[in-house]
Ligand binder design. Structure first.
Ligand SMILES: C[S@@+](CC[C@H](N)C(=O)[O-])C[C@H]1O[C@@H](n2cnc3c(N)ncnc32)[C@H](O)[C@@H]1O
Length: 354
């Protein structure tokens, strides 16, 4: 399989790609106001949340164009609390050994109006609230009048999902990535944060989804309960000629859920340790579930925010082709080395395009 790394701004790179050429998108965009990736043109440092969401929706308009009609788009997106900068750089935080992907770099203040221009006046909105395609596409609509006070949870993933829905995407699932080893937070007036969201978006109501590829084992308790139910049925008036089919029960597998209570750890994935100089990798297991469920074997996976290449690494292991787009050449080099090492040095099928 091939992994192509395009070193460029994601919108520019996406525009160079053919329409409907991708089966599955698995990505984790830069989170708003959390860290500085140290490269011009990076997304995530927009002065207002409204501006950030506008840019994000524009990126995903291009993603929608390159995605096949039956494609799936999985987006891992984290939140933040409105605050002023904490004065500590990303490098300092990492040096303290407390770094994980949720640490607060806080390059600028996220306190203030959500939309710098203020709420849109009613005269700028159509009566129906719909754009000419018949979709509600005004991202300002959901942010009218908002102001982020110090300590407010910004609700970025939720606002993003609503903006995507307004832009015509189907929101098919809100998945909770529960972290068993979250970064410790020194707070005593709220619970510590221990999750991020993964949205499953699609271009249409019908799409390719292989539920069998990500079936989960039922727990011992469920197994015992189902067995008991079957035995009760056999002993009841309802048990008759269906005895044989009843004997094939209870099932040992069940559908993947969007969140799993402890101790069954389905989306309960440790933040994977990764020693290279990239701050925000997501765990390979997370990418595996998205790709196995959302991309046919031999299909094409895309990550428009490639980072250290987790999506490419996992796609390659799962016999899918992959295109990674990454703005920072240093991260692209990390991704290339990482995937190459994982393959045992089989560089020939991998190309980096600058
Ligand atoms: C959250 S990280 C992705 C991490 C990745 N999922 C992994 O596991 O390694 C977001 C990445 O987006 C990149 N990025 C920021 N702005 C970009 C842009 N305009 N175009 C392409 N990549 C960009 C950053 O350099 C960063 O590596």
């Amino acid at each position: 399989m091939s992994v192509q790394i395009i070193i460029d701004d994601c919108i520019a790179a996406l525009r160079s790609m053919a329409s409907e050429s991708v089966d599955c998108v698995v990505t984790s965009p830069p989170y708003w106001g959390l860290r500085d990736y140290g490269v011009d043109g990076q997304i995530g440092l927009e002065a207002t949340l409204s501006k950030h969401l506008e840019v994000m929706v524009a990126v995903f308009e291009e993603v929608k164009r390159v995605l096949k009609p039956g494609g799936t788009c999985w987006v891992n997106y984290g939140d933040c609390y409105a605050s002023t900068p904490n004065g500590r750089s990303a490098a300092d935080t990492k040096a303290l050994g407390t770094d994980d992907r949720t640490f607060r770099d806080k390059p600028f203040s996220t306190v203030g109006p959500i939309c710098a221009d203020g709420p849109p006046s009613t005269s700028t909105r159509s009566q129906s609230g719909k754009n000419p395609k018949g979709q509600t596409g005004n991202t300002k609509r959901i942010m009218a009048g908002g102001y982020l006070k110090p300590k407010d949870l910004c609700m970025v993933p939720n606002r993003f999902a609503i903006a995507m829905q307004d832009a015509g995407w189907w929101v098919r699932s809100e998945i909770i990535w529960a972290k068993p080893n979250p970064m410790p937070e020194s707070v005593s007036d709220r619970p510590s944060g221990a999750h991020e969201k993964i949205w499953l978006f699609t271009k249409s109501a019908k799409y390719d989804y292989d539920a069998n590829a990500v079936l989960q084992p039922v727990s011992k308790n469920t197994h015992a309960r189902l067995s008991q139910d079957v035995m009760n049925q056999i002993g009841s008036d309802r048990a008759n000629d269906s005895f044989d089919s009843a004997l094939s029960l209870p099932v040992t597998k069940r559908n993947l859920r969007n969140v799993e209570p402890a101790p069954v750890e389905v989306w309960n994935i440790p933040t994977a340790a990764f020693s290279e100089a990239h701050f925000a990798t997501f765990p390979p297991e997370l990418a595996r579930r998205c790709i196995e469920a959302g991309c046919p074997k031999g299909g094409m996976v895309l990550d428009p925010f490639g980072g250290a290449g987790t999506t490419g690494l996992v796609a390659d292991r799962l016999q899918r082709d992959c295109i990674l787009i990454e703005l920072n050449p240093e991260y692209a080099a990390i991704a290339e080395k990482r995937i190459d090492t994982d393959r045992g040095g089989l560089l020939d099928a991998m190309e980096a395009v600058a």
